[in-house]
Design a protein. Structure first.
Length: 259
């Protein structure tokens, strides 16, 4: 299927590893320029080099913390006018309600709500002017079904979801779509951290914790960054212009919900 993305310029944040990397790879395969961002310069350079070698597309890499005003300014200056924006940031640590201070909530909201909003506010005007644009925010299955130990993430990502719900309807008539991808358990650093937390809490091995969590997924396994990236690329494609303001679960059926 031709996704219609040749010649399109995409900015993917936190794209050196795992889900962000999966999105960057899938978009690169579809053609066009890619602007990649991550905090770790070494991993970012490796991903950029692999994309150049494998797909022959131009890649601009910006090693910066996109959650900081200075880092965000660097990324946006390098990106210029983009047609596609994929926002991504690591989630805050798990815990219980009594663990978290006001500062913890501010950090979570800044990284997982205010940063993607700021990126959208910067990129949407250019998309509207061109009459075409795609925004995909990587959030979490906890938006659909809050996870008790991820209270910080539940809070911040729910706020972002509310912003997207209204904003996506305001820009859709300009040929710009905004949607959210909600990952469940994937074979990522985040997934392994949650495995480790369960292992510690239950006094079991990491392997056993992984197996216990996988049993709760109807698909019987964790997701992969490749299949996650493929869905992201489709949402960014010429075929997804009628998908507006949606929250799409990629969780192997783990969220037991009719709607």
């Amino acid at each position: 299927m031709d996704l219609g993305l040749k010649g399109k310029r995409a900015l993917v944040t936190a794209s050196s590893k795992r889900l962000g990397r999966g999105c960057a790879m899938a978009l690169a395969e579809a053609g066009g320029e890619r602007v990649l961002n991550a905090r770790g310069a070494e991993a970012l350079a490796a991903t950029a080099a692999e994309i150049r070698a494998k797909f022959g597309v131009q890649v601009i890499e910006v090693a910066a913390d996109v959650t900081s005003p200075e880092g965000r300014a660097m990324v946006l200056a390098a990106a210029g006018g983009v047609d596609i924006l994929v926002t991504n940031a690591g989630g805050p640590p798990p815990g219980v309600w009594s663990d978290w201070s006001r500062d913890d909530f501010i950090r979570a909201i800044d990284a997982n709500m205010l940063t993607p909003i700021a990126l959208m506010q910067a990129c949407l005007p250019g998309m509207i002017a061109k009459g075409w644009g795609r925004v995909v925010n990587i959030t979490s299955q906890s938006v659909k079904a809050p996870i008790p130990s991820l209270g910080l993430s539940n809070t911040a990502r729910a706020g972002l979801t509310g912003f997207v719900a209204g904003t996506s309807r305001q820009v859709a008539s300009h040929g710009v779509t905004i949607n959210n991808l909600l990952p469940g358990s994937h074979d990522t650093d985040r997934g392994r951290a949650l495995d480790a937390g369960l292992a510690k809490a239950r006094g079991v091995s990491l392997e056993q914790a992984h197996a216990e969590r996988a049993v709760g997924i109807p698909a019987g396994r964790y997701g992969t960054s490749e299949e996650f990236g493929a869905m992201c690329a489709f949402l960014c494609s010429q075929h997804a212009g009628f998908i507006v303001g949606q929250n799409i679960l990629l969780d192997g059926g783990a969220t037991n919900s009719t709607l």
